[in-house]
Design a protein. Sequence first.
Length: 228
Amino acid sequence: MVEKIHIKDKDVIVPGTLLAEGLEYLPSGKAFRDGENIYSSTVGLISVKGRVIKVIPLAGKYAPKRGDVIIAKINGFGKFGWTCEIESPYKIDLNVGEISMNYVDLKNSKLADYFKISDYVFGEILDISESGYISLTAKRMPYRKLVGGNVIKVSPVKIPRIIGKQGSMIKILKDSSNCEILVGQNGLVWIKGNAENEAKVANAIKLIEQESHHSGLTEKVKAMLEGK
């Protein structure tokens, strides 16, 4: 069989697109092999590096994994802690023993003294049971209750682009705005600064989300943050 590639680096493709024919090429990401052909399983951006053809999703829901750093929203109270929303159909709990390294005495306090409905918390997924139950921890720095600021939502698959290689893009966002920014792998981003700079960062992040597959994005983001 003749080895043949049907796409090029940075192409945007749809599910079912034939990417390559032959066994010379290797699928990665959301690309898969069927017989001697490689196809895409989702809408995505092509990355070709040597013999490896990778499909990077351009849209998708968050799938929790142990160790993920996320931003969760408190939506209820339980017997031993709080229930949370994480932009995912999974149920997640924050136990009272996971909010501080110090002992929390509920005999002389109540859950609402620590977190109220609609509060946000920055934390890490501690465990996922076989039944899909998820536990969150926020007792070690930098994890904590998020006070003030604003939370915006982006596609979870765009989070790596917002962070950038070795944190390059998030550094630009922070240095150019003097804002504190925390990024959750579940697609929530917390921004805290003065109102004008918070708005600039939010707009810049939306630009990154919309144009993540375009070249020259870093320069566009810098120009936006500098008001050019």
